[in-house]
Design a protein. Structure first.
Length: 425
């Protein structure tokens, strides 16, 4: 009996061993087609992880670029390591808001005080062991330009248009005003929010939009007298229009006081800085070359005097003191191209600018700290931006030159913007 049970046990053990072998063989057989898949899955995982790390590294590089631009525009990059030609910063163990470390950022800024700083930023992320994934970006910056002349007329604190005054538009790039070169882009705007911020007296006309300050009811902020007409719409600004300060030109030759006596003639053919500028009765000055004039004190045109800009010549005039224009004076831009004459007011030009001329004017006027009174019945071709346009004279006709919308200028508040961007390999 015992022998029989022993034989059965041996036989069962052999059968179980055989079954185990068969089971193992079956498992191996089943694993054979799966092994390449598992290997591929492992490879894909590694590739996915590396791709993720690469994206994280590149995001760090972009963050480094943004940090450098912010420091240049609003911070103090002089706190960084280096000198005036090269500034560097390393941000170690940059982490997310929940405290997870992403990697390191290395930033270089070449020529940080120049017109075109070059920013290079690299992001480094740990990969396997001591290996890291690095991505870098190289960005060239430039100073942004402010475009002041995007309205026909704009008054920071309000605009008053007297009876029969008209604002419309044209484009000097298409020739003279008139016939088919007449448009309805003569927008009139203000940052003011009080009732009547833009006030159109009887028969005044705007061929464009009338735009009041932010969060205003245009129907209350823009008032119209009998038969006043707005060809476009009454609107409100989404945000205040910035009127940045003007940077006075630097490096001009000092010229002292300029005075031209009555009935005399003179020419100006070079740029300069004047402590005052006066043209006496019946005298005439002709600007014969492209110039920049900066008058730090009083600018005066006495009765019947003329300031003439020769045909084809560009003139830029900066005012830093006062402006006086007596009756029948003329500022003649013989090109009849408003882009050829620009008048800018610095922060110290902050009283009144009164126009008494009854002749045509072609040019752009940006005096953000001064009140403007246009007491002229003649045509004005260009654009006017001032603190408060107190009075646009009855029968005055202002024709906004749409070409001025492309005119930019540097200001004290100019910021750096991206000129070119590339991934650095």
């Amino acid at each position: 009996m015992k022998k029989e049970r022993g034989k059965n046990f041996k036989r069962e053990s052999k059968e179980q061993g055989f079954i185990l072998v068969i089971g193992v063989l079956i498992i191996i057989f089943l694993l054979l087609p799966v092994l390449p898949f598992l290997f591929q899955l492992s490879t894909d995982f590694r590739l996915t992880e590396k791709s993720y790390k690469s994206l994280a590294a590149f995001s760090l590089a972009e963050a480094g670029v943004e940090r450098a631009i912010w420091e240049l525009n609003y911070g103090d990059i002089s706190d960084w390591s280096g000198d005036e030609s090269l500034r560097t910063m390393t941000i170690s163990s940059f982490n997310t808001s929940d405290g997870n470390v992403i990697g390191d950022i290395e930033i270089r800024v070449e020529n940080p005080g120049g017109d075109n700083p070059v920013v290079e930023a690299a992001g480094n992320v740990a990969y396997v062991g001591s290996l890291t994934v690095t991505k870098a970006a190289r960005v060239v910056l430039e100073k942004s330009e402010y475009h002041p002349f995007d309205y026909g007329i704009f008054g920071d604190e309000g605009v008053n248009m007297n009876s029969n005054a008209v604002v419309d538009s044209y484009d000097s790039r298409n020739g003279a005003y008139g016939d088919t070169n007449m448009g309805s882009h003569g927008n009139v705007g203000t940052n003011a929010t009080h009732d009547g911020a833009i006030d159109l007296r009887s028969n005044a006309q705007i061929y464009g939009n009338a735009i009041s300050g932010p969060e205003t009811d245009p129907e209350a902020a823009i008032t119209t007298g009998p038969n006043a007409y707005i060809d476009g719409m009454k609107l409100a600004l989404d945000a205040p229009k910035e009127l940045p300060s003007i940077s006075p030109p630097e490096g001009l030759s000092p010229k002292g006081d300029y005075f031209l006596g009555g009935n005399d003639l003179d020419i100006i053919n070079e740029s300069g800085e004047y402590s005052s500028f006066m043209i006496d009765n019946n005298a005439k000055v002709t600007i014969t070359a492209d110039v920049t004039l900066y008058i730090t004190g009083g600018f005066s045109l006495l009765s019947n005097s003329q300031l003439e800009i020769a045909d084809g010549v560009s003139a830029t005039i900066y005012l830093g003191g006062t402006f006086e224009q007596n009756s029948n004076t003329q500022i003649n831009n013989l090109s009849m191209d408003p882009t050829k004459l620009a008048v800018y007011g610095t922060d110290t030009f902050n009283s009144q600018m009164i126009w008494n001329s009854n002749t045509q004017f072609f040019g752009a006027v940006y005096v953000p700290r001064a009140d403007v009174l246009y007491d002229s019945n003649a045509d004005f071709y260009g654009s006017i931006v001032g603190k408060y346009l107190q009075s646009i004279s009855s029968n005055a006709r202002l024709h906004y030159d749409e070409a001025l919308g492309d005119v930019g200028m540097g200001t004290d508040s100019s910021t750096y913007v991206i000129r070119s961007w590339q991934e650095k390999l």
